[in-house]
Design a protein around this ligand. Sequence first.
Ligand SMILES: Nc1nc2c(c(=O)[nH]1)N[C@H]1C(S)=C(S)[C@@H](COP(=O)(O)O)O[C@H]1N2
Ligand SMILES: [Mo]
Length: 326
Amino acid sequence: MATLKGLSMHIKSGRAWQLRESEVTDESVYRARREFIKTAGLVAAGVLVGPRLAAAKTLAELRKLKPIEQTKYNPGEKLNTYEQITSYNNYYEFGFEKSDPARLAPSLRVSPWSVRVSGEAEVTGTYSLEDLIRPYPLEERIYRHRCVEAWSMVIPWVGFPLSALIKRFKPTSRAKFVEFTTLYDPAQMPGQRTDVLAWPYVEGLRMDEAMNELAIIAVGLYGKELPGQDGAPIRLVVPWKYGFKSIKSIVRIHFRETMPATTWAKAAPTEYGFYANVNPHVDHPRWSQARERRIGEFFKRPTLMFNGYGEYVAALYKGMDLRKYF
Ligand SMILES: Nc1nc2c(c(=O)[nH]1)N[C@H]1C(S)=C(S)[C@@H](COP(=O)(O)O)O[C@H]1N2
Ligand SMILES: [Mo]
């Protein structure tokens, strides 16, 4: 990939200041990659039964969403290209290499799609995607995205505030957290045929975090519907937290009194916390979080507290020890 040539070159040259892929990867994931590559290869070759592979869509091939309101949410930094955003990311249901989601996720069937809303709320039920999102005007939000693996991007999402969606279900006073679940369908999601993570992928927010104006439900990017690899047809975006909080392809929203057991916090509790706020002062046990590589750039840049969104979110964590609640 031409756009990522520079990046892979850095990794190969292996200078001391560079973060090697193996250093930011869980050992179990690293080992599972080999297994997965074999399995995915057999699926592609038609030896194993798997989903029909569909080519990743170009921007021109995707359905345009409209109307989209422009908003004040824009860090004023150079946008990453559509190619960068859609060819380098994590979606472990479709493999463990950054290029796997673009290769395998586009074949996920996203229509029909329904989302079940349950738990501590007055209004619950199962909604078709269309019914779920119809009431909300779509906005463009340009957000920084910071992966826990110390790379970052700037992405023009299309979506609407999560708070608007939540209000409609009238959570009760017992609802202290909201939990999100990704589709579980090992026939379509080859990564779910491995035990690298406890499937389905689960994420969650404290209710006040979920109601913060920055948290959005995204249904598109670059003015078009979401491509498979970015979490089609509906996903969460929480820009002040590490990327793993922004769960993809959501099928369930559950209001609860207790903190949900989230996927990465369960997998490695000393490495990934429930809060997962971007914090350059609290290192990951195996690497520094002080700097990040913006995809497409050569030199690393300093990571900003709350990914630069402190003015919106710092008050949520007043009085909390962010080393303890990482
Ligand atoms: N269901 C699911 N959601 C997920 C992931 C995943 O593996 N499965 N990976 C997360 C991680 S670690 C990141 S960095 C982002 C990357 O995708 P994006 O660039 O489309 O946000 O998705 C997040 N959401
Ligand atoms: Mo990530």
